[in-house]
Write a protein that binds this ligand. Structure first.
Ligand code: CP
Ligand code: NVA
Length: 295
């Protein structure tokens, strides 16, 4: 089984949350069971990463297995070996492949030819591991009756959040500038599961009565050439104290890395309501659960 879109684990979310909670509780008590002894995860990173790389690698170590970091420039992928041949070969050695890539289609291609599970560690379209973990964090703090608002770019994180909220029945209100709204197909898929997802073109409408406000960078990896334009387009979408007066004293979420002073102010990111570093911590436990389930 692959985890390429968050929809791939639609029927398994409850099990994942349950196992994540168990693994978190055990880790806090210093208990680490070698569930993945002798198992190896290959990790291909076309883009930079701090949280995803380290949490997956630590997860494999704590589960008694091993992770191999592969930068495409160090593999034959960079010299033009096909994704298909890479998938078939890696499947002979390892028990799972995690990949962070630019093109979502490339991850689907890897999943098609790999005989071991393929896990999406972020593409330009989705960031499922992030959002599964974020839903776990939301469940711990408020439960799925809370009203979530996402403000900013309708990007990979936003797309997975839309699907994740639709799958859990959460009310989600998205605020993005025109031309930067989430993927149309994803919004249509979400609408098949839920009628509680709304998309707005301004931030104030999106955060109205929200219990949780989530944001992400305005300039995602690979978009540096659009930097000046994006800063101009998104300036009304900053999560700051004035915007949050419209919300319900909300918890603050951000997948990180944050560009402080752009999509979010220091004041809000460092506020008592901010749970961003718990979000980051939970990546470890939730990925352990995903690895146990998939590998
Ligand atoms: N949130 C997240 O995926 O962070 P990294 O880019 O550091 O992995
Ligand atoms: N939207 C961001 C998420 C980083 C985890 C990016 O793609 O760069």
């Amino acid at each position: 089984m692959n985890l390429i879109s968050i929809v791939d684990v639609k029927d398994k979310l409850d099990n994942i949350f349950e196992l994540s909670a168990k693994l978190k509780n055990e880790a806090k008590r210093g208990i680490f069971n070698p569930e993945l002894k002798n198992k190896t995860l290959a990790m291909i990173f076309e883009k930079a990463s701090t949280r995803t790389r380290v949490s997956f690698e630590v997860a494999m170590t704590q589960l008694g297995g091993h992770a191999i970091y592969l930068a495409p420039r160090d593999t034959q992928l960079q010299r033009g070996e096909s994704i298909k041949d890479t998938a078939i070969t890696l499947s002979k050695y390892v028990d799972g492949i995690m990949i962070r890539a630019y093109r979502h289609e490339n991850v689907l291609e890897l999943g098609k030819y790999s005989t071991v599970p393929v896990i999406n560690g972020l593409t330009d379209l989705e960031h499922p591991c992030q959002v599964i973990s974020d839903l776990f964090t939301i469940k711990e703090h408020k439960g799925f009756d809370a009203r979530l608002a996402y403000v900013g770019d309708g990007n990979n994180v936003c797309n997975s959040l839309i699907l994740g909220c639709a799958m859990t029945g959460m009310t989600l209100s998205v605020g993005c500038p025109e031309g930067y709204t989430p993927d149309k197909k994803i919004v249509e898929t979400a609408a098949e599961f839920s009628d509680k997802i709304t998309i707005h073109n301004n931030a104030v409408d999106a955060v109205k009565a929200a219990d949780i406000v989530y944001t992400d960078v305005w300039i995602s990896m690979g978009q540096d050439a659009e930097k000046e334009k994006r800063i101009e387009v998104f300036k009304e979408f900053q999560v700051n104290s004035t915007l949050l007066e419209n919300a319900n004293n909300p918890l603050i979420m951000h997948c990180l890395p944050a560009k402080r002073g752009f999509e979010i102010t220091d004041e809000i990111l460092d506020s008592e309501n901010s749970i961003v570093f718990e979000q980051a911590e939970n990546r470890l436990y939730v990925q352990k659960a995903l690895l146990c389930m998939l590998l």
